[in-house]
Design a protein around this ligand. Sequence first.
Ligand SMILES: *Cc1c(COP(=O)(O)O)cnc(C)c1O
Length: 409
Amino acid sequence: MMIERRYYGEFGGAYIPEILVSTFEQLAAAFREAKNDPHFWTEYVNLLSTYSCRPTPVTWAENLTRHWGGPRIYIKREDLNHTGAHKLNNVMGQGLLVKRMGKSRVIAETGAGQHGVATATMAAKFGFSCTIYMGEVDVARQRPNVFWMERLGARVIPVRDGTRILKDAINEAFRDWATRMDDTHYVLGTACGAHPFPEMVSYFQSIIGQEARRQIVDRAGRLPTRVYACVGGGSNALGIFSGFWDDPVELVGVEAGGRGLATGRHASRLASQDGTPGVAQGYKTYFLQDSEGQMKETHSVAAGLDYVGVSPILAALRQEGRVRFEAATDQEVLEAFSLTLAKEGLIPALESSHAFAQAFKEASDLGKDDIILINQSGRGDKDIFTIADAFSDPEWNKFIQRKAEENHA
Ligand SMILES: *Cc1c(COP(=O)(O)O)cnc(C)c1O
């Protein structure tokens, strides 16, 4: 059997067990057909315009602009999607494909639970049965999301293998898929994994960039100088960047710097020196692994960025120099989160706050004629406990107090 093995430079591919080859072929063919069907994109946009909040607006951050005294700052508002983030774009698109393939059951992996909730929401809307695999450790950490998945009608299966986190949930989901390929589709949550997932997920997320380019040109009268997005698996970043590939616009992907790149406690595969190329989970990319290929432990204040691999498309774009990669530390992120909340009344997710943090660090490099666009990939309501913890730390409180005084000085 011939399988499409799409590569991006040296990255990507489809390294999958023999038993799944025909399923991947079927999916790649269904996706190719849908992409070539002029009605499919219209159906997708109509669905999101009536079920979620598309087109999501672009907001001019007037107070942040004044605060930094440099470039005009605009924010793309993916936080306004139903279930609170850009993740819904991907799952609704895959839902339409599941319908086209005539399947009736979806499965997904989830770490922090956001992708699980989005998938369970899509399954409820389309009438699919739904099973979510989640590491036992994550089930315990993310009770509210488990509660919602179950109320939405999904079965949540705690995975007890390995370290009982996201990567173990992915393995278990693949095991399920291999036994029920005829009626089941695996809804992967980001632009990673074997072909066609990276291409398919970034295709659905490209709606962000399509809208954003039009909106910023309408609003600001021209293209932005720079666009910032946080990078977990890479789907929101590829989504917004895709609007600007052919433009003279600098694209900046911001990874989780955790406690600092020098500490090794981070999830920066492309901006740090710690990521190395390898093949795992069906594809080739940069992974945080040791010299034996064992995946390392990652750390971030934002659960959605805490991942050992990254989209092979982004790995290639780094090599080509088209996207610049940076990392923001937990502390910089909490600071950027606080400032955005205080100045604009917006609550960015801790993931999205990485993009804000990097944009703020670089604001003084640019002048008043420049424009920057930040992707607010999701809303921060889900981060309430993490943020409350951070602010109950006396050291942090002192730090924020000092910053607030500086800001008012
Ligand atoms: C899941 C998530 C991310 C990380 O995923 P990408 O595929 O890198 O976009 C970023 N922001 C939010 C709000 C998320 O929920």
